[in-house]
Design a protein around this ligand. Sequence first.
Ligand code: XIL
Length: 376
Amino acid sequence: MKRGIITNLLVVVIFFTGCIGVPSSDSNTGNTLKGVFGDKFLIGVAVNDNQVRGKDSLSVNIIQQHFNSIVAENCMKSALIHPEENRYDFEAPDAFVSFGEKNGMAIIGHCLIWHSQLAPWFCVDDKGDKVSPEVLKKRMKEHIYTIVGRYKGRIKGWDVVNEAILEDGSYRKSPFYEILGEEFIPLAFQYAHEADPDAELYYNDYGMDIPGRQEGVIRLVNQLKARGLRIDAVGMQGHMGMTYPTLENFEKSMLAFSSAGVKVMITEWDMSALPSQSQTANISDTVSYRKSLNPYQDILPDSVSSVWNARMKSFFELFLKHKDIVTRVTVWGVSDGNSWKNNFPIRGRKDYPLLFDRNYQAKPFVKELCTLSSDK
Ligand code: XIL
């Protein structure tokens, strides 16, 4: 009985201390995401250059109020941070890291080796031909040492390799793979660890609930571990839609990764409310086709919004259920207006994938979550 009272008191104290000093962005929301859930796992958000430079103050308010971790949406990708072999551009990444430090946030680096937004010079010589394995190794080492070394001790963890495993579990035929074979991944992890031995290192990918990819990633984790290389977590990007993934498959994958001996991070969470291209058999450029794929140009109908909110809430509850293996949940952008999903996989649509709407208001499921107590 007495123990029950003490536990209840403790819950109330934890709840209130979690929320004190955290101003609300929304008058209907007494609490904030990091206030309520910050002791379960990191609550992260991808930020862009305007935000870290304070040019988008409404977003900055939300970032400061709700999140305790940030990741660079673009500025650390090789094409931007290392546009020419002998030229780095550290202006935006430096501003990103300073912003995180000023706000006492866990700062995540994204991403060291990726085939997309790849610096054009990285894998080719002056004539545009593939470089030799030796040259590519040297370039990867220099790239990783320079970037990870610059922020040594300031970045909590790095997405070392992004999107290298295909749905059937085989390796993506990226330039890195074409030149170095499978070896490019262990090498990247080795270089990153040498450059900052204290930084956490992650493998990050999308569609991680797909069995083939999941198995491929687990094989990779096992190989890295067998070679004594550091890998702390697998990043499940979590770009979702209204019909995929299923909660069950997502949970199975989370548990499978955890059984392989790594933590799980939801690294790029968003949920498109729009019909997905794959559901349409024929992609032709007709007006009606375009309209059918961009159906909510004014507002998101309540019927769709309620399904979207319920689905998002279920996934967040799944992450909470597995808080012992989930160390971070990061959303891919602040508000619907600045989501990449408005332009992917089709340009110029109006999507509704994030936790805050175009008026910077928390979505219903976020308000609901923020009123939960911390004993959840
Ligand atoms: C996206 C950014 O959000 C866009 O601004 C950019 O134009 C393209 O890349 N997987 C990843 C992220 O790992 O880096 C991608 O980010 C989204 C998919």
